[in-house]
Design a protein around this ligand. Structure first.
Ligand code: ADQ
Length: 473
């Protein structure tokens, strides 16, 4: 079997065998176990200049190939164009995006530097799979360097309607670069349709035919097992004891403005205001470790949350009960799994999210005999599959409040019925199935339109069947 070359902005730590890269490493686990692979990308370190030759480290059948980022590229490629411009625009937040031509130049330079460092490592029959919004241009750079391998591109975040995307200066350049890609994946059919429309509008109808929806999943049974094992772990028992018999609602997110955290806090406050019988009966634990702390928007978000939590706790707390507990430190994954299993309610209310794996993890973590209720944003990709959740508009605190009220009062048979539906779909769309589907579309064993179909998606959400483009010779 040919080698698989994974390209992502971040590369897991080879010393830990890839265990630290979160969702993507989990999703790639089976594929990496079965074939020779290279995982290529940024080391996570900065240096005077971006590296020209990748540092190589071997672990099992995988070679980890990493480059340090130069200080200038870190500023313009990573903090600038990727995180301050593309990230908000792709999440429909044109108004808070910050553009600077030097940032776009840094983005072009870094995509090219990645391509130049990867090209010499490639073998003729490798399959190259590029991940996410940091690397829109890289496939075109590889082609310009003469690379003929199959190249796939998967966008983990949403793709907005083209009227929003076109607000981004240089939007057309990013779309044009996708010409170099053989199979283009998005999380949902809505994202795929938006991307197809943007491509068709610039005369790239043939490229639009290579776009398909491939909903990412989790290692469902693995996470369920982890949660069951941790149900009585020390930290979990400590949390349970501290609740004094009250119900737990839990939120687990990176501290990011797309995750809807201030609105969620306001929704929880609105629930206590409007349904006072729940006061003193429920505690909300929000775990949100700081990410991208050096980007100004993120510092402002942190202040806003500190104030929001402080205000509600100040108004509502009793000497023996604080309604909200808020942790900005990282909590270990196994412990989080145990916390999720204990929770009566999972609050997952992003303003926009490609998929949102936390929603699926919450479902997997539940005790099948007494499952909790998921309150889920209609704007998370996961909402397409998880129709057993209480679906809310995250911008409306009253909607969140009403869903929390319904979740608190939900009888056991309804909780069971909703959870069973969600668990069936989380299992059917596991991470390894996602990986297989995408690779079979890219490697030519399935039509892109068929390969993206998840069993759990309603028939109306299926992409129209489109012919697959043959790879350039
Ligand atoms: P993220 O925006 O990072 O990912 P998400 O899918 O929710 O969002 O989380 C990824 C992983 O990080 C999950 O496994 C989760 O458990 C873990 N995680 C999140 N918060 C954590 C916390 N506080 N402590 C410890 N672990 C935490 C991007 C896109 C998503 C898409 C994924 C995968 O933005 O829409 O679902 O990629 O494609």
């Amino acid at each position: 079997m040919s080698r698989l070359v994974i390209v992502a902005n971040r590369v897991p730590d080879p010393k830990e065998g890839g265990a630290t890269a979160g969702g993507l490493a989990v999703a790639m686990k089976d594929a990496l176990a079965n074939r020779e692979a290279v995982w290529f990308g940024w080391s996570g370190k900065t240096a005077a200049e971006t590296g020209t030759e990748a540092a190589l480290a071997r672990h099992g059948r995988t070679t980890f190939a990493t480059l340090d980022l130069g200080h200038d590229d870190y500023k313009h490629f990573y903090q600038g164009f990727s995180n301050a411009a593309l990230w908000p625009v792709l999440h429909y937040r044109l108004g808070i995006a910050r553009f600077d031509r030097r940032d776009f130049a840094g983005y072009q330079r870094t995509n090219l530097a990645f391509a130049q460092a990867l090209a010499p490592l490639l073998q003729p029959d490798d399959t190259v799979w590029i991940h996410d919004f940091h690397l829109f241009l890289m496939a075109a750079d590889l082609r310009a360097l003469g690379c003929k391998q199959r190249i796939g591109f998967f966008l983990h975040v949403p793709f907005p309607p083209r009227s929003v995307f076109n607000g981004l200066p240089h939007a057309e350049k990013l779309l044009e670069a996708l010409e170099a890609v053989d199979t283009i994946g998005t999380q949902t059919e809505d994202d795929a349709e938006n991307l197809r429309a943007a491509l068709i509008a610039i005369g790239k109808g043939d490229v639009a035919m290579r776009v398909g929806a491939f909903a990412i999943g989790i290692d469902a049974t693995g996470f369920a097992k982890l949660a069951a094992q941790r149900a009585n772990a020390k930290e979990v028992v400590r949390l349970r004891d501290s609740l004094g018999g009250r119900s737990l609602a839990i939120g687990v997110d990176r501290l990011d403005y797309t995750k809807g955290l201030p609105q969620r806090i306001a929704g929880f406050g609105a629930m206590l205001e409007r349904f006072p019988r729940h006061r003193g009966k429920i505690t909300f634990l929000q775990v949100a470790p700081v990410s991208r702390g050096d980007v100004a928007m993120y510092r402002a978000l942190r202040r806003e949350l500190d104030e929001g939590v402080g205000r509600i706790n100040g108004q509502m707390a009793e000497p023996d009960w604080a309604p909200i507990r808020y942790i900005t430190r990282a909590v270990a994954r196994p412990t989080l799994a145990g916390f999720m299993r204990m929770a009566r309610i999972g609050l997952v209310t992003p303003l926009r999210d490609g998929m949102n794996l936390v929603a699926k993890e919450f479902v997997a973590a539940q005790d099948p005999a007494d499952p909790g209720v998921l309150v889920l944003s209609r704007f998370a990709g996961a909402a397409v599959e998880l129709d057993g959740a209480l679906i809310v508009n995250p911008l409306d605190p009253d909607d969140i409040a009403e869903a929390l009220d319904a979740a608190m009062d939900m009888p056991a048979d309804e909780r069971l019925d909703r959870w069973n539906r969600m668990w069936t779909s989380v299992r059917a769309g596991s991470a390894s199935i996602w990986c297989r589907r995408f690779l079979s579309a890219l490697e030519g064993t399935t039509d892109v339109a068929d390969a993206g179909q998840a069993e759990a998606q309603p028939a109306s959400d299926q992409p129209e069947k489109k012919p697959r483009r043959k790879r350039a010779a």
